[in-house]
Write a protein that binds this ligand. Sequence first.
Ligand code: SF4
Ligand code: SF4
Length: 276
Amino acid sequence: MLERYFQYQADLAATERNMLCPEDCDAPCCRMTEVFVSVSLFDLIRLSLALNTPVSSLFLNHCRFGFQCNELNPRYLNLLIKLERPCPFLQKARCGVHSFKPFDCVFFPEYHQIAGVLPELAKRPVFKKIPCLKSKIAVSDQRSQALKELKKMSTREEALSWYFLLEIPCFIIDTKPLVKQLKKSGLKSKSFSAENYHRHLYEKLKTIGFFDGIMDKVTRLDTRQEMESLFSQLENKTLITSLLEKKESPEIVFRVDKNRLKPVKRYLQRPDLIFM
Ligand code: SF4
Ligand code: SF4
């Protein structure tokens, strides 16, 4: 059953892929620390079955926790599981796990074009080193449909992964209290980069025991039975619909307050437009 599902996804990912990476591209997308690949537990299960390696081993050896600005409001950060950089699966500038690579890699860069964000992305200094963002990419209608279907699957898998780990579909943290605390301790905002700040936040969460127990849950997925049990929840429409609704309009975010993690009610919405 799992294999059939993953094969269906692999077929979708291979649909009319016309974009070929040039021979002389040394895959900056897989090397640069500034470009990250976020993975879900399903990405790890797919890799685990294909490479015959336990999920816990992939998680421990090749992943780390990180953060990304929440798309509704940059004051909030989403917790992510990121693949190490340079990617451990890169083999001589080519992907060594091409047929079962994480969804983030399948979507790059074509889905960004489908979503209409490619021109904006290409303008960011960090993406200037990525050759395939310099011009329009050919994506056929059939491929576009296939990638959109995969995107829906990926969103469901991601929400269920966090639900398995934390019992919520996404973990969002309010940065304001910690920024205030750092400023009080004398750090000037110019003296710490986003990366330093994320590291600080990670250490803070680690100190208060937030990550305790997560590894045990990941290790449960080393058995076929647990993999299938997680997988079967994807078919629970009521659960998935509720997770997606909560993920789409999060109402609870967390803040680190006096060395405690506090859930607070927030209705995240896009910041007001600023007219210049
Ligand atoms: S940077 Fe672009 S062209 Fe180069 S390997 Fe990555 S996706 Fe392919
Ligand atoms: S899994 Fe493959 S495509 Fe994705 S970052 Fe690693 S080498 Fe690159």
